[in-house]
Design a protein around this ligand. Structure first.
Ligand code: ADP
Length: 610
């Protein structure tokens, strides 16, 4: 059965759902289940009673009264059920999205290092596997609980109604069929059938889940291949290298696999349905025999036979349903466990509380003191015992070969990762102590893999929907997009890309890079960091960026990363990175005069420009 931890995890998923303001939905579900479970029994009891009244020749007014009660109850109960059910079903339809939303929110708030961690990716993938179910993990669990609750209440109601059947007159004269022993045997038989069904369900459930996981895996693959075939930006490579066949073969293989696993799942389900129906029919037969013989011997009335027999049948089917859905719930548990582990991943960077000093003069000092860093799970440090500080207002360039740790250095500075050893201080305070959101406000960064979204241009630049138009236009101008702005159909309201707006514009890589620079300028933070900001630019634009760099960043402290040394000559302070540490520092002329790695890199690159 389910362990204590499993129940706790399920409770956690429930409460996460309720915290999204969905307590009413859960209440609606519970109310629907209760009414749906109880209604047939109330009708059965009233019908049995009516039959007895007919049999006893009672006057028609009393019978009409009971028929009226039965009608009114059924009508009122059905109305409430239908109202609650509609509301619950409506919510169920987008529980998949709600769960994804919750997990995405978690991605935004957890430590960045987890996002680059393969184990976390695997966990998210595993949780997504259970989306083989229609409503996502949350909806699937709630649906299972809907069945459990309905069948549990149904069973309790049946026990209350049927109880007298076993306790009414049992004497030696009743014979074996009405004795306690017979009652117990009947109960044992029904329980045995139910437990058999449960174990069969657990077994089949595991097979079905396995099939669903395989199906999800293959449909992911299929989605990927379909995307390749359907995306026009991939067509150039497909055609030039004749890769169509390669992709088509893989698509066919994925479709065959999907078909095979779907068939296997269907066969398992059919087998399960057949066995369960047979077992249920056999136990139903035993119940009818038992109640029938009791009536034949004259210990119960005709009306009671109907009520008791139908109630017992309902009880056995409810018990079977309960067991079946307990088994389903059990198969969901590994995913629920993954979900809880994922949701409990830490957010250490949010522990700092000290507010960042607000300074109009942007006088913030940065100091790296004996900083070493190793990526989680990696075998070696990528930053070694790094010591340095930035002079306020300076333009600093960081150069070095690929893989020397330049980008990692920026990630540490922006606290996307925390250092493994040593500490980074801003104005003398360890950056881990600062309120993280306020700390982020200190930096404008243009990452190599910057992202622009399919929103209006102005909102992309302002990074929010409240756009200061003058500031946005000025930032775009400083980033070199003045001319392009004049050509845009809707100015700052032009959508980036055509995903949501046909009038949207597809910008080139270089134009997007300039937009990323404009967004950094717009933010107006004390530190401006640019990681290979000219990689996608043509030589003229690159020259414009260099020439305008001072104007772009004004008197802010700026860090400019590039492996192209010629791009960095204009910075008065150049740091040369090698194997995760600074091996040289100085101006371009000083470094050339010093010889060493800078000179070697410069000579190697200069011959291509000669
Ligand atoms: P650079 O920017 O100088 O090219 P990086 O800072 O990107 O270098 O990378 C430094 C080293 O860290 C490289 O060996 C790279 O493979 C490794 N590295 C980068 N990101 C990760 C990561 N998320 N996990 C593990 N290793 C990484």
């Amino acid at each position: 059965m389910l362990s204590k931890k499993d129940w706790k995890n399920q409770w956690r998923l429930f409460s996460d759902y309720c915290k999204m303001g969905e307590t009413k939905t859960v209440v609606c579900m519970a109310l629907t289940c209760t009414l749906e479970a109880v209604r047939p029994y109330v009708t059965l009891v009233l019908m049995g009673y009516l039959l007895d009244l007919v049999y006893a020749g009672t006057d028609y007014r009393t019978m009409l009264k009971y028929a009226g009660i039965a009608f009114f109850y059924t009508f009122a109960s059905s109305c409430i059920e239908s109202f609650c059910h509609k509301r619950y079903n409506r919510k169920l339809e987008y529980m998949f999205e709600q769960q994804s939303y919750l997990m995405n929110q978690k991605c935004l708030s957890m430590d960045y290092e987890y996002l680059e961690d393969k184990k976390v990716h695997d966990k998210i993938f595993q949780i997504a596997q259970s989306y083989g179910g229609r409503f996502g993990l949350m909806g699937d669990m709630l649906s299972e609980w809907e069945y459990l609750l309905r069948s549990g209440i149904s069973m309790v109601a049946a026990v209350v109604i049927v109880f007298p059947l076993f306790t009414e007159v049992t004497s030696i004269r009743d014979g074996i069929v009405t004795s306690w022993l017979a009652s117990l045997l009947l109960c044992a038989l029904v329980a045995l059938a139910t437990f058999y069904n449960y174990h069969f369900d657990v077994k089949i459930g595991a097979v079905v889940r396995g099939c669903q996981e395989e199906k999800a895996r293959h449909s992911n693959g299929l989605g990927y291949y379909m995307n390749i075939l359907a995306s026009y930006d991939k067509q150039k490579d497909l055609r030039i290298y004749h890769q169509e066949q390669m992709v088509s073969e893989r698509t066919d293989a994925a479709m065959d696999a999907l078909d095979a696993w779907t068939n296997k799942e269907a066969r398992s389900r059919m087998k399960s349905a057949f066995v369960k129906q047979t077992v249920s029919a056999a136990s139903g037969l035993a119940v009818y025999l038992f109640a029938g013989i009791r009536a034949f011997l004259g210990f119960i009335s005709v009306g009671s036979v109907v009520t008791y027999a139908a109630s017992i049948i309902r009880m056995t089917t409810s018990m079977a349903t309960l067991m079946q859905h307990l088994a389903h719930l059990k198969t969901l548990n590994p995913y629920i466990r993954d979900y809880v582990e994922f949701m409990d991943l830490g957010g250490r960077k949010y522990e700092g509380t000290i507010p960042v000093e607000k300074r109009k003069d942007d006088r913030f000092t940065i100091e790296f003191s004996h900083v070493s860093f190793r990526y989680p799970g990696a075998e070696r440090d990528v930053i070694h015992d790094l010591n340095l500080n930035f002079t306020i207002g300076n333009k600093v360039a960081i150069v070095g070969k690929n893989g020397s740790g330049k980008t990692t250095f920026i990630k540490l500075l922006c606290r996307l990762y925390d250092v493994t050893k040593g500490c980074i201080k801003v104005n003398g305070i360890d950056i881990r102590k600062y309120n993280y959101r306020e700390y982020c406000d200190l930096f404008s960064v243009v990452f190599q893999d910057f992202q622009m979204f399919a929103f209006p241009l102005g909102e992309n630049i302002a990074a929010c929907s409240e756009v200061d138009k003058d500031q946005a236009l000025s930032a775009l101008g400083r980033a070199g997009l003045t001319q392009r702005m004049l050509e845009l159909p809707d100015g700052l309201d032009t959508c980036v890309g055509k995903e949501f707006d046909e009038r949207g514009v597809t910008f080139s890589g270089g134009e997007k890079q300039k937009m990323a620079i404009a967004r950094a300028i717009y933010k107006d933070a004390p530190f401006v960091i640019m990681d290979e900001p000219t990689a996608a630019l043509d030589p003229v634009s690159e020259c414009e960026v260099f020439a305008g760099f001072d104007k772009m960043v004004g008197n802010k402290t700026a860090v400019y990363i590039s492996h192209r040394l010629a791009s960095c000559r204009f910075c008065e302070d150049i740091l040369v990175f090698d194997k995760g540490t600074v091996v040289q520092r100085g101006s371009h002329d000083d470094l050339l005069a010093q010889g060493g790695l800078y000179r070697k890199l410069w000579d190697a690159q200069a011959k291509y420009y000669a």
